[in-house]
Design a protein around this ligand. Sequence first.
Ligand code: NDP
Length: 296
Amino acid sequence: MTAKVIDGKAFAAKVRGQVAEHVAKLKADHGLVPGLAVVLVGEDPASQVYVGAKGKQTVEVGMNSYEHKLDAATSEADLLALIDKLNKDPKVNGILVQLPLPAHLNSDLVINSIDPAKDVDGFHISNVGLLGTGQKSMVPCTPLGCLMMLRDHHGSLAGMNAVVVGRSNIVGKPMAQLLLGDSCTVTIAHSKTRNLAEVCRSADILVAAVGRPEMITGEFVKPGATVIDVGINRIERDGKTKLVGDAHYESCAAVAGAITPVPGGVGPMTIACLLANTLTATCRANGLPEPKGLTA
Ligand code: NDP
């Protein structure tokens, strides 16, 4: 079997198009322009690239982008004061603090100081609790992107066996909650899981979020299963830097029914979902109906 490739790049472009359409309508009908504030502390090169891409795509869908670049030595008090200002600013509908923060800043304290209604990354403890109890919340962007692609590919996910490999707060756990919300039978695997390959072979949906290049190989995959590869790893191969996932693409694609590639799979969906969340936050803040198909 050769797996169908789930094209995250094309899907993300479609999502951005839907967001742009809603944004244009918000402007025309209500005079509203959603605003996303991104806060970057320090000069981490990867974070600078992400923040640049987020700002560019925010403007491309017709939203306002507010970038706050702070010195690496910024004090916690100054960062909290900025977040307080953004929380109170009616032009700002979404706030994202780029992680990781420099070591002297308490990430949990900083994230939990964001107004939960503007927490477009979905990391605030209130949103984590709402998602965990099946209530309306802001949903973390990467797992939301995975869910959208799965729904698009399968229609209903009800009754499917899903295995999520990885239990981080930003990917593994919210991914598992979302799959449970769509009535999958969910297993969360991690570094202490016994017989991991066997556990994975029980999955109709296998989500790889381990942060280990190409760890999930074809022998972990049930024939015909859908493999969602969240991993982004830079490796050196044949003297070149290459981007690979947490799944070994060739061996998994030979067994799976469908698979997301790296690059061009989950990655592009993350920013598209950030824009979708900013739109959702704007609609909720103004008592307007939420866009269909862009939330969990
Ligand atoms: P973390 O390092 O926070 O979590 C990794 C998880 O994988 C942990 O739960 C860990 O288990 C588990 N794990 C590690 N080694 C093994 C193993 N040998 N067997 C089974 N489980 C293992 O990573 P993240 O969740 O932040 O990220 C996961 C991947 O997703 C990374 O490749 C990252 O780059 C990528 N990513 C991609 C994004 C995108 O936009 N596409 C966004 C965010 C992340 P334990 O808890 O027991 O230690």
